[in-house]
Design a protein around this ligand. Sequence first.
Ligand SMILES: Nc1ncnc2c1ncn2[C@@H]1O[C@H](COP(=O)(O)OP(=O)(O)OP(=O)(O)O)[C@@H](O)[C@H]1O
Ligand SMILES: [Mg+2]
Length: 427
Amino acid sequence: MSNTIIRVENLSKKYIIGHQKEGVHRYKALRDVIADGAKSVSRKFLKPSDKKISNPAREEFWALKDISFEIKQGDRVGIIGRNGAGKSTLLKILSRITEPTTGRICIKGRVASLLEVGTGFHPELTGRENIYLNGAILGMSKAEIKNKFDEIIAFAEVEKFLDTPVKRYSSGMYVRLAFAVAAHLEPEVLIVDEVLAVGDLHFQKKCLGKMEEVGKEGRTVIFVSHNISAIEALCQRGILLQHGNLCIDSNVQTAIQRYLEEATNNTNATLLEHRRDRKGSGKAKITHFRVLDFLKSEVTYLQSGNDYYLEIKYANTTGKSLKNIIVGIAFKDEYYNRILLLKNKFTGSSITLDKISGDILCFVENLPLANGLYSVALSLEDFSNELIDQIQDASTITVDGGNFFGTGSYGEPMFCKILMKAQWVTN
Ligand SMILES: Nc1ncnc2c1ncn2[C@@H]1O[C@H](COP(=O)(O)OP(=O)(O)OP(=O)(O)O)[C@@H](O)[C@H]1O
Ligand SMILES: [Mg+2]
């Protein structure tokens, strides 16, 4: 009991959402969070932005449902789950940026968090001022912060911009500094949401190394990522969230295994038109995805080296045709690494959406994917890259068999996912 540092009891979080405006509200909420960065870190001015929506078509939505768990000092916990499972919501509650609807949390010690939108910094203050502000909020003296100062700026690599307001930082610089502050100011609990999605490989590696160090020092780390290899490397414990429910709380390997099984079994179950874990303005919605063979018959699995039509059905809610649409189809492997991205803009193909509904067909020749399971993400953007609709894990496809090389070889799908024919000679 004594070394329990976080206790979460019957935690639930309800959002009120308006029909058709889901995407818009979500962005609004994120913007509010950024604007409230300084307030939120002080943890005194709680302002849940979701209370203000006065849309008559209101609907309650439970992002977290009756979650309970305990975390002991020194635990390194990975929180995993599909898009919309409630991971960020849970971290925001633990960081006291938003309040739970019911249930309670109890945290012993100082929490430093780096959330997906880089909350915690005051945009008008400089990098230097933000470091001191964050330190003070964590209860450190000026001298203590001063001691850590050089380490922080060396880690963040933002020396030249120390006296520039952080609102002028690029997103990469912002996240580098935010991470450096969170990790170096010696909090008892370090909470990190998906930081590895931003920043280059060099920085990602540095972050992982630093988090490992923090963990080894006996401090507690809570880490959300879709990068399963990073979770596996860093965490010893895994919590899997599923539609707001706590599905499993176990050692990290078991949780990852369940997550991967879930990813392969569940994605096709909900019709895309009813999926709510989507982003975008909603002007048009993807309602259906399937794969057809070259004779346009639907297939249940694919084979390397064959030709296919990828078919997206959509509904247009604007009543007007939408021109110059960018359609994206991304394939991720079981570790959530994105390995193939198809977009009509790459090939200069123009796409207009019908004013009511229609199909988009993408023809691919000589499928270069090795045998395995892939998650498909779908997106529609307009010509200014504004997101209209996006669904991660829209479908899972299986590639099984095929004759890509014409020799009967499948390559080595355990080690490599993309196939390519090569000529071999010796001189
Ligand atoms: N401010 C908000 N207002 C309304 N709904 C919200 C708000 N924030 C989150 N949601 C909804 O709550 C659900 C959980 O969202 P959350 O961001 O916690 O998911 P997540 O697991 O972090 O997903 P991802 O992997 O995409 O980051 C989603 O369906 C989301 O649309
Ligand atoms: Mg999230």
